[in-house]
Write a protein that binds this ligand. Sequence first.
Ligand code: FBP
Length: 548
Amino acid sequence: MVKSELQVARAAYQPKLPQALAGIVKVSEGTATESVADQAEIKKLFPHTYGMPILTFQDGGESMLTAKMNVGVILSGGQAPGGHNVISGLFDGVKKLHPENKLYGFIMGPGGLVDHQYKELTAELIDEYRNTGGFDIIGSGRTKLEKEEQFEKGYEILKKLDIKALVIIGGDDSNTNACVLAEYYAAKGYGIQVIGCPKTIDGDLKNDLIETSFGFDTACKTYAEVIGNIERDCNSARKYWHFIKLMGRSASHIALECAFQVQPNVCIISEEVEAKNMSLDDVVTYIAQVVANRAVDGNNFGTVLIPEGLIEFIPAMKALIAELNDFLATNGDIFNSIKRSKQRDFIIDHLSPANAAVYASLPESVARQLSLDRDPHGNVQVSLIETEKLLSEMVATKLDEWKKEGKYVGKFAALHHFFGYEGRCAAPSNFDANYCYSLGHTASVLIAAGKTGYMASVRNTTAPAEQWIAGGIPITMMMNMERRHGELKPVIQKALVKLDDAPFKAFASVRDSWARETAYIYPGPIQYFGPSVICDQPTHTLKLEQTK
Ligand code: FBP
């Protein structure tokens, strides 16, 4: 593999570990836990993995050596910077337990387990991927593990390879899979442990004990670099409004974090739109007003950040999507057999009158996207909806009306961007490199301790890495019941932006001045070498959350 100079230098970086993981670990157990909601239902569905204690790792254990064993690993869902470091941390941890232990990677996500596609991850291979972005060492996929026959096919190959434990690196849906599998193997007495690791650039797999999902830090810093560059261009030419959509299928954490890093004129937070019961027109009016106010000062330029998931949070759209999901789950085959030109009318004829009216009012491209296939977890593929264009077109129309009424005096020219895939495979920042390596190592200790149904957890992450606290959190503790594909299912509760938490409050207190003034910050590219103050800073979100 030909490498860039940075890759060569970066390969030599030794990620930092929490103090407790550097030596021999002692595992201490807390008290029994409960799920965040729907306790009775979750307990019934997970009788073997419900109520387990929180685990904390400390120094001073006696021995971490185990009998020889093999371990499997799966990368699941969307790419996030640092996945290769979780695997290298796991590899180093597993080798520390017994030098003859082997690590197998299943190819292209959970599907690799079911289809028996795997490869051994040798020391030479792992060394090629240390501190690199991407998931290409084994690839990733979105197959949902939910059927007994998939679990059994998985068991066949795990038994054949003498694998004692499987580590699933994924987001909320994939860690839900991990827990379902852990429960199944425990119920069957197969003796195979399943451990999860919190991944997703979206930042929505977090709680008091999982402080952040890996990849969020690097992805936000990557987007903030380019948004900062756009802002500087925008402030130089002074003739465009840039509408920038940012990834994050549901939660607006990425948009909010980028807002702190670049101080744009507008940042829409989907969770606020929902809480205030705003319509699409309300959102458009808010943006148009900021444009009009800046025009009064002679500033016919600006930047608008739009979270990818916005559409689903506009209450009227949310109701429409919920009905569409249920409708397509039961009528998908008929819908797909109808001529494309008739599909829109077919939907309108079958929805309730209120939702049919909203659907009929949508531009063709958006309506079409809402009726296309869901991902395997039942989600609308919001990354394919061009919300940034929809909003800027509607803002332009509103400004034209205001111009006629004499309420607007400026010029409005819009440019559009979508930043998502650009950040998912960036070389991990020092934070993510250390965090991921620590998560992988933590997973190896959970395996050595014989645990299953746990997620690797590394806390106290605003302190230097040596002071981080590693341990394990029962996955059932994070679960609740949600409607998916028209059915109630146990899933890990998504962490949305909370309007009464410190990050949103901090944003709300400054956004009006960012809207009127040109208060841009240009963060520049991620730095891997140099003073700690520019290389090792966690996100604003994490710092604000941890100072509560
Ligand atoms: P995960 O939740 O699996 O980490 O994926 C998140 C994400 O990057 C979203 O931000 C985005 O909407 C989606 O994946 C895109 O999915 P795909 O890679 O299948 O196009």
